[in-house]
Design a protein around this ligand. Structure first.
Ligand SMILES: NC(=O)c1ccc[n+]([C@@H]2O[C@H](COP(=O)([O-])OP(=O)(O)OC[C@H]3O[C@@H](n4cnc5c(N)ncnc54)[C@H](OP(=O)(O)O)[C@@H]3O)[C@@H](O)[C@H]2O)c1
Length: 363
């Protein structure tokens, strides 16, 4: 039975995984739980799963904690840039990683993937789109492009988004997720992060990654082959399957993880995304093309801007303005080759983004 450490145990990804363990959908035990501040919930969970817990803050030594558990797998469901440090702690502890924290790949890029590879640590993507592509690629050669699906979020086609409040923006049409990723789904910054993540994970150029709007979130992604065929992975919009496929290191031997997909009354639609409606997706594409520290700056400025929006300090539409100006008005050409360099660059981008935001607030 696989022993799993759950990072971000109190969040949306952590909760979905713990529910699957409760329902015995996977042959796994939870051997430790980690979160940041939700102490009461963690204590409750640690009693239920009969395992140690920890709050990852104030110089907590996460690497030693993970090492002590003698785990087979770490599920990283931490939200945001903090997740990169936790991924590195996992790799240093020599434990394979089921990675929901897309920021680890976006910020760490090629350096991060080589860091894991050089230490023989395997990384299994949890994002439903990347899980779909990961499994589709196993069975096919001659891949021309990846096709990532996007729900389009709650405001697709809506004009004048200036007065949107975050309470409205977090209501995603098909997925129930944490606040940051839900806001990012409304701006399509999340799809931008996923395009960058896919570029690094699957060694694809930005021009070979397509995004199509697919409202039903039933097709999680596709691959287009040079021979003209397109292969899709379909399942109900439920994160249980991609999380379990990663933790299990294999999707085929799972059974009953999600309800069977019904074709009765199932309509699948696709539409092109509009560059003016979703400027952050265009910006993310240019960050993947330019590489260097552009992906780090994109992620950092989006985190700053979404944080300000969640504090009611800026308007919904200011998020894109802050991120675009951070990317367009500064030089992020330098490549980072260590955790320290990445965190320094991340900090620089946050300072720049806050200055831009302050300028907007003074107007
Ligand atoms: N939700 C989804 O369906 C989904 C799908 C695909 C990918 N993802 C990715 O998965 C990640 C998590 O998303 P989420 O929606 O699950 O977020 P979430 O619901 O906001 O949960 C975040 C979790 O991270 C913990 N946390 C925050 N900072 C931490 C730190 N420094 N150390 C340890 N734990 C920390 C939080 O603990 P406290 O409760 O103590 O603050 C909480 O348990 C993100 O990168 C997201 O993009 C999510």
């Amino acid at each position: 039975m696989k022993k799993v450490v759950v990072l971000g145990a109190t969040g949306s990804i952590g909760t979905t995984f713990l529910n699957a363990v409760r329902e015995k959908k996977i042959d796994a035990t939870v051997c430790a739980l980690v979160a940041h501040s939700s102490i009461d919930k963690l204590i409750e969970l640690s009693k239920e799963f009969n395992c140690p817990y920890a709050l990852n803050k104030d110089n907590f030594d996460l690497e030693s904690f993970i090492r002590a558990q003698k785990a087979d797998m770490v599920l990283n469901g931490i939200a945001g840039a903090e997740g990169l440090k936790a991924s590195i702690a996992t790799i240093n502890a020599g434990v394979n990683l089921s990675l929901a924290n897309k920021e680890s790949v976006v910020m760490g890029g090629d350096w991060f993937l080589s860091y894991a590879k050089n230490r023989n640590v395997k990384i299994y993507p949890v994002d439903s789109e990347h899980s779909a592509i990961y499994h589709l690629l196993k069975g096919h050669t001659g891949v021309a492009s990846l096709v990532i699906t996007a729900s389009g979020g709650p405001f697709l086609g809506r004009k004048n988004l200036d007065n949107i409040k975050w309470q409205e923006a977090v209501k995603h049409p098909t997925w129930n997720m944490g606040r940051k990723i839900s806001i990012d789904s409304a701006t399509l910054a999340n799809k931008g992060l996923e395009v960058i993540e896919a570029g690094f994970l699957f060694s694809m150029d930005a021009k070979d990654i397509e995004v199509t709007i697919h409202r039903q979130s039933v097709i999680h992604s596709m691959i287009r082959l040079t021979n003209g065929s397109v292969y899709a992975q379909m399942s109900p919009p439920d994160m249980t399957l991609p999380i379990l496929a990663a933790v299990n290191e294999d999707a085929e031997t799972l059974s009953g993880s999600v309800r069977p997909l019904s074709f009765e009354n199932l309509t699948l639609t696709f539409q092109a995304w509009d560059r003016e409606e979703f400027p952050l997706l265009s910006t993310a594409y240019s960050c993947l093309e330019r590489k260097g520290s552009y992906p780090i700056a994109f992620n950092a400025s989006d985190e700053v801007a979404v944080g300000l929006f969640l504090d009611d300090s800026i308007r919904f539409t200011d998020i894109a303005t802050i991120v675009r100006r951070t990317i367009d008005e500064y030089n992020w050409d330098d490549t980072c080759n260590s955790l320290e360099e990445i965190l320094k660059m991340d900090n620089k981008a946050r300072i720049v983004s806050r200055e831009i935001a302050d300028g907007l607030l003074l107007k």
